[in-house]
Design a protein around this ligand. Sequence first.
Ligand SMILES: Cc1cc2nc3c(=O)[nH]c(=O)nc-3n(C[C@H](O)[C@H](O)[C@H](O)COP(=O)(O)O)c2cc1C
Length: 349
Amino acid sequence: MLRTPLCNLLGIDLPIICAPFGPWHQVDLAAAVCEAGGLGSVGSVLHPAAELRKQWETLRALTNRPFAINHTARPFDPEVFDEIIDFGPAVVSFHLGDPAGLVERAHGVGALWMQQVMNVEQARRAVDLGADVIIAQGAEAGGHGGGVSTMVLVPQVLDVAGAIPVVAAGGIADGRGLAAALAMGAQAVNMGTRFVASCEFAGSDDWKKMIVDAGAEDTVQTDALEPIMPPYTMATPWHGKERMLRSPFLAQWDGRTDELDARAGELGPEIIAAILAGDTRIRPVRRPIRGTDRRHPAGRRDRAPHSGRGPKCPRPSCCLLKPAGGVSSCRPLGVPKVHRPTRRMEHDN
Ligand SMILES: Cc1cc2nc3c(=O)[nH]c(=O)nc-3n(C[C@H](O)[C@H](O)[C@H](O)COP(=O)(O)O)c2cc1C
C-alpha cells in the first residue's frame, strides 16, 4: 500500500484520515480506522469536557495507534480545549478559526497541529502559525466548508505550504479520489461523508441510507440554518457554509433568516438536541408559518442531514480499508433506494 512521508509523521500505514464529526459520537469508527491503518478522529463540539474525556479514554483503550482530537471555532470551548491539551493526543486538528496561540499549546504536549483551511489565505496563516499538517478542504466537503473546489484549492495550498504536508478533503470517496489527490501532490485524504455511511459510525441508519442513495446534485451548501446553529465564539472565526442533503425543511427556511432568527429560542434547542442524539430527523415546525408550503404541513418530520458531494461508494470492492478484527471496516451499507426529496432549492453551489 502507498506510504507517504506524512504516514511516517503521523505514525499511520495508509494515507487516509477519517474526518471528525462535530458533536456525533464516533469512537468506534475512529478505533476501526486506526486499527485498519488510517488516522481516526473524534470531534469535540457541544459536549462537556468530562464526557469527552471518557470518550477519548475509551478510544485509547480500543487502539494503541495514534488518533486526532478535533476542535472548532463553532463554538470554541476553552475548557474543552484545555482538556484536549491535558489529554495529549498524537494530533490536534482544528477548523473554522485562526489558531493563533493554540498551536504552541499543542506542541507543548508533543501533539502535531493539523489545520483545516478553506482558502489559500487561511493556508498562508496556518503556515505562519506553525501548523504541522494542512488540510485543504474543498467546497464539495460535507460539514462546514468554503467556496473553492478541491481540485482548485489543493494545488493552491501546496504552492504556499512548502515542506508542510498537505491533505486533500472534499468529495473524495474512493480509491480514485485518493489517487487523484496523491497525483496532485497531497500526501493523504481526509474523508468525511464516506465514513458517515459506514457500519462503524454511530449515526442513524436513516442518515446513512440517504447518503448512499443520494447523487452529487442532491446536496446544497447553505447558511439557511445559521440563526439556530451554535455561534462562532473565536475572535477571528473563519466562516463556512454547511453542506447538507436537500430537504423540504431546508427549502422551507431558505431565504427566511430573519424569521428563523426571531424563532431561534423556540426552535434551536430542539434541533440541537436532535443533532446531539444523532437524529437527523427534526420536527421544529409545530405551527404554520406565514407562507409555509402546504405540501410540508406543520408537524411533519423533516430532515437536514449533513453530507458532502462526493461520489458514493456502494460497492464493497471499492472499500479503502481492510477488515479490522473480523469486522468489515467502513463497509458501505447495501441499502435499497429510499425516498428522495423532490423539492429543489433554487440555488445550487
Ligand atoms: C457530518 C460531518 C461533520 C463534520 N464535522 C467536522 C468538525 O467538527 N470538524 C472538522 O474539522 N471537520 C468537520 N467536518 C468536515 C471534514 O473534516 C471534512 O473536511 C469533510 O468531511 C471532507 O469532505 P467529504 O465529506 O466530502 O469527505 C465534518 C464533515 C461531516 C460530513
